[in-house]
Design a binder for this molecule. Sequence first.
Ligand code: FUL
Length: 504
Amino acid sequence: MNERDRLEFYTSVTPSVVQKRIQRSGFNAFIHYGINTFAGKEWSDGTLSPEIFNPTNQDTEQWVKVLKFAGMSGIIFTAKHHDGFCMWQTATTDYSIKSSPYKEGKGDIMAELQAACKKHGMKLGVYLSPWDRHSDKYGTPEYNDYYVAQLTELLTGYGEIFAVWLDGACGAEADGKSKQTYDFERYYEVIRKLQPNAVISNCGPDVRWVGNEGGFAREGEWSVVPKIDFATQNIIAGSQQSEGQNMKRQALDMTGEDLGSREMLLPYDEFVWLPAEVDVSVRPGWFYHKSQDGRVRSVNNLTYIYYTAWGGNSLLLLNVPPDVTGRINDADVDKLVRFRDRVEAAFSKPVPIDGATAPEHEAGNKIKNVTRYGFDKKSYDALSYYTPLEEADSYEITLKLAKTAKIDKLRLIENVAYSQRVESFRIEAKDKTGAFGTVYRGKTIGFNRIAYFKPVTTNEVRLVIESSRLKPYIEYIAVYEHVKNGRNPLPPVRVALKKLFAKK
Ligand code: FUL
């Protein structure tokens, strides 16, 4: 295949309906809550007594209110973690909430959460750990039946489920048990049949793990990647292997800085659309530990993760673990509320665009289609976009602002119905003398890019697409004023970001 044929091939790879939907919302919550919470553990081995599960003030509605306020649109809940303890009324095992003192064994956190989500307009998803340290079926073919029975209960008894998160972590051999061969294909089939709108994440065909649990996104993230076994064994090998393992260290074991550039794709001949998801906890642990109340991520760090992950062509799944009372702890609530305030402020002043010039457009797909929006997602129409009539080496789009403003970021979106195309771009701003200077250099755009930079005062901004796979399809461009209490986040100081995705 020549270069042009290859580019046509890459750009023929586009998201499914389910993928488009999750890319549009992009920011969801992870809830790790279960028997571990009450033992102060990250992992337990399936022998903890159900007696210890006894929240004193269980309040799933508080979870939903806090997470919704923080800007998330769905919640993925650990219905069962590696310990095998089930948080719903299951017929598959007694190692569950029904053997606990909570509501005298009549409680069902899935049901309570579903009711709260319904009331507040949040989506509900499930995490059902494939690795199960309690079940004596584990390691035998019967375990797959057991797992499917649990999935079936969760996917039929609790209304609409928007996501099923399949964790790759597995330390069975260290437990002295034989390794389970998971029948992932069967799991996927059951999920598709029972909840056709659910996205299957992590060890699944719809969403790919970014490769670390430290909150780090790639600078250039591609959703079109070679069709290799991202979904299962790689993840299992790269996942947490022991309870005490430092999550940040794992980032160094990542599967590579570049998963989708032209050079990277060249040796392959099959490709899939598989967006990355950054899953990260608001605390050092995935589960609540009182000793970590003082170690909730800073507002700056949460904002940084939001800008670089959600705003970096990745999905963001932020874990917020409820405490032993059954509520999200004040320490986390405080940070989340302040984080949201900061983000809202940051995007509160879109600068009206008074006119734009761009290479001649394809019929109907003019630049005006994409320059009339603010942050308000409701007001933007994904069906209209801009694309130039002709292919060129580079493309310049100049935006005339309605006023001179101090700006510090743009939000850009490609129309991914035409795949992901932009490979590198820069943003320039006009200064007082009329000269344009570069304020930002970026690689990919994809389904979401927050391009942020040091504030500049200007009345004209230029987006230069320096390299694209065939011609670009742009869906959204917005320019934002610098707002003092919504200032851009600083990168974490102690981490050399480049090294995190270094090739092995
Ligand atoms: C890992 C698990 O081992 C952790 O406990 C946590 O659930 C995280 C999201 O995935 O693989």
